[in-house]
Design a protein around this ligand. Structure first.
Ligand SMILES: [Zn+2]
Length: 409
């Protein structure tokens, strides 16, 4: 470097940083970082270059960043992972637009839970997954046509484990496992064929289960599901988690010891304070917190991610426990340890969350409410290095300093 260039560089911090290779595109400064995958819980700066996490530290220089966000009032967490969503293009008229419903809630990875099966997954991929900013993954429904109503969902002939497994193996970076749901005949066909497809494709199953005479819930979680398989709707009224005295059934703990995972899957009908509160008071926390977000659940019970997290917070879970169950735990559950982390080199997916204090009402799926004093709100979301949600303009310049119109990009 010649002397003139060196002088200019030293006078211009951004240029100096560029010459030493240290320019950050985005710097989230001084937030309360909770990154359970790295056992990190404290004040840190997070620097992003391109679409990757470039540095995590306590005094990263603001002068080296193109955009600085003052995160000192907020929690900064890995982009949240919601493993039970419905963002399919076709389904049973329940689907929602992924980006409009995931990103404003800090969700950067959403897993569609069986809206489509092997017959229509590729249409979902072409029409939705390939065009979403949100990272969309999927559980493939064991029903070939997916969630297309009871006529196909109760038809065992629709459940072709080999065809489903072939589709999983064709898209191993998108399809994380097999889903079974809504099966009413009192047999094990749907569960067992879903598990067969998961075995053939070396993946896991997520089960939405209705017990019937001869098809007991305890048998599902103690005998049929394998370690790593997931029962979703753990606080729903459809399965007997508690006895008549609201005491946790011993088989819940036994199944957990076997390695079966329990997911919230809030939904329109599957999250009841009357079950969740006593279960959590007895120490039965979920392994993962998910929404089962769709056209109906988003309305009265508000099954979006931050509202669902706020419900868990007011029941008694800590912010740290909740972030663990919306980042590292779901990443592990779907065998994607590269997600749900702020490790240097990871994709730059970040959520910035505000903890509000006040008086807030929350609805469940069973016409019950809970009045709480805390609420989580997502103020900023970064997906793949790009700010995609910013309610307070944290990443922007005050308009009086925004310069000529020509600066607008
Ligand atoms: Zn669902």
């Amino acid at each position: 470097m010649n002397r003139t260039l060196l002088r200019i560089a030293l006078a211009t911090p951004l240029l100096a940083a560029a010459m030493s290779g240290q320019i950050y595109d985005l710097l989230l400064k001084n937030g309360h970082v909770i990154d359970p995958a790295n056992q990190r819980d404290g004040r840190f700066d997070i620097a992003i270059v391109g679409n990757k996490i470039a540095a995590v530290g306590q005094d990263l220089p603001a002068a080296h960043a193109r955009v600085v966000v003052d995160a000192s009032q907020y929690y900064v967490t890995p982009g949240l992972i919601d493993i039970h969503t419905h963002f399919d293009a076709q389904g049973a008229d329940l689907n929602l637009q992924a980006d409009h419903n995931a990103l404003p809630n800090g969700v950067t990875t959403a897993v569609d839970a069986g809206s489509s099966g092997w017959k229509n997954f590729e249409a979902f991929k072409t029409k939705v997954i390939d065009h979403s900013k949100t990272r969309l993954l999927a559980f493939l429904n064991i029903v070939g046509a997916g969630m297309y109503g009871s006529a196909v969902e109760n038809n065992v002939q629709e459940m072709d484990a080999e065809a489903a497994a072939r589709m999983v193996q064709k898209y191993p970076r998108i399809i994380v496992g097999i889903k079974t749901a809504h099966f009413q005949p009192p047999t094990w066909d749907a569960v067992d064929r879903a598990i067969k497809a998961a075995e053939l494709s070396k993946t896991i199953v997520m089960v939405d289960f209705s017990p019937k005479p001869g098809r007991e819930y305890s048998d599902l979680i103690l005998k049929h599901l394998r370690p790593g398989d997931i029962h979703t709707h753990v606080y729903g009224q459809g399965t007997p988690q508690l006895d008549e005295h609201k005491k946790l059934q011993p088989y819940m703990l036994e199944a957990r010891r076997r390695g079966v995972l329990f997911d919230v899957g809030h939904g329109a009908g599957s999250f009841w304070f009357r079950i969740a509160v006593p279960a959590i008071e007895q120490g039965f926390l979920p392994d993962t917190i998910s929404t089962d977000i769709h056209k109906r659940s988003i309305m009265l019970p508000r099954a979006n991610m931050t509202t669902t997290m706020s419900k868990m917070l007011n029941i008694g879970m800590s912010v740290e426990q909740i972030i663990e169950r919306t980042t590292v735990n779901p990443a592990k559950a779907i065998h994607r340890p590269d997600l749900g982390t702020l490790s240097v080199g990871a994709d730059a997916d970040v959520a910035v969350l505000e903890l509000q204090k006040g008086k807030f009402g929350f609805l469940d799926s069973g016409h019950g409410k809970l009045i709480g004093d805390k609420k989580l709100r997502c103020v900023l979301t970064v997906r793949n290095g790009e700010v995609v949600w910013d309610t307070e303009g944290l990443s922007l310049t005050d308009w009086t300093k925004a310069g000529p119109y020509i600066n607008f990009k």
